[in-house]
Ligand binder design. Structure first.
Ligand SMILES: [Zn+2]
Length: 182
């Protein structure tokens, strides 16, 4: 796998020479002063929230990348934050919901291109419970939300890859998690 940011990172931040090379997918090396920098995979959380009708909470993205496309709620972990803490914060920010009983579901690699930088992401999906949906509203970086029956979700309406894969995993594990629609 080639480093996807070769075009963007060319000047060494330490010596200033145009001598950055990309030995692999995640690192940058200055051939002049030996400076080395890693752009490792960033951690992010995805919240899988179902209502009493066992419909999945789906959001619409307010900003690029994939502005106007569907997504699952969540976001990037801040430095020093757990994924559980990240999801609790993000779901409060995005939907004004308080989540409880988080349980790990699966992890999926993702690619996120923001202002020309190609970020590698590892998304961690958690099943989450919500006491009630009374205060739900679309805020922050989402502009709308929907509850959708899993089997009827059109994955082509999602702008990023990882939510599609998580939904496929959910469909496969439908019965195990007691999410069967029948
Ligand atoms: Zn240098």
């Amino acid at each position: 796998m080639k480093n996807p940011n070769t075009h963007l990172f060319r000047y060494c931040p330490r010596c200033g020479k145009k001598s950055l090379v990309t030995p692999n997918v995640k690192s940058f090396l200055c051939s002049s002063c030996n400076f080395k920098f890693y752009l490792n995979s960033a951690a992010a959380g995805i919240a899988l929230i179902f209502n009493k009708k066992k419909e999945l909470l789906v959001t619409k993205r307010k900003y690029d990348p994939a502005k106007g496309m569907l997504d699952l709620p969540g976001g990037f972990a801040d430095p020093g934050e757990t994924i559980e803490g990240c999801l609790t914060r993000e779901i409060k920010e995005e939907l004004n919901l308080s989540i409880t009983n988080l349980s790990y579901f699966c992890s999926v690699p993702n690619t996120y291109i923001y202002k020309d930088v190609n970020y590698s992401i590892t998304d961690f999906a958690f099943l989450c419970e919500v006491e009630n949906f009374n205060g739900i509203k679309a805020c922050d970086d989402i502009c709308e939300f929907y509850f959708m029956e899993l089997s009827k979700i059109d994955k082509s309406l999602f702008g990023l890859e990882s939510p599609k894969i998580v939904i496929e995993h959910l469909l496969k594990n439908n019965n195990f998690y007691g999410l069967s629609q029948s």
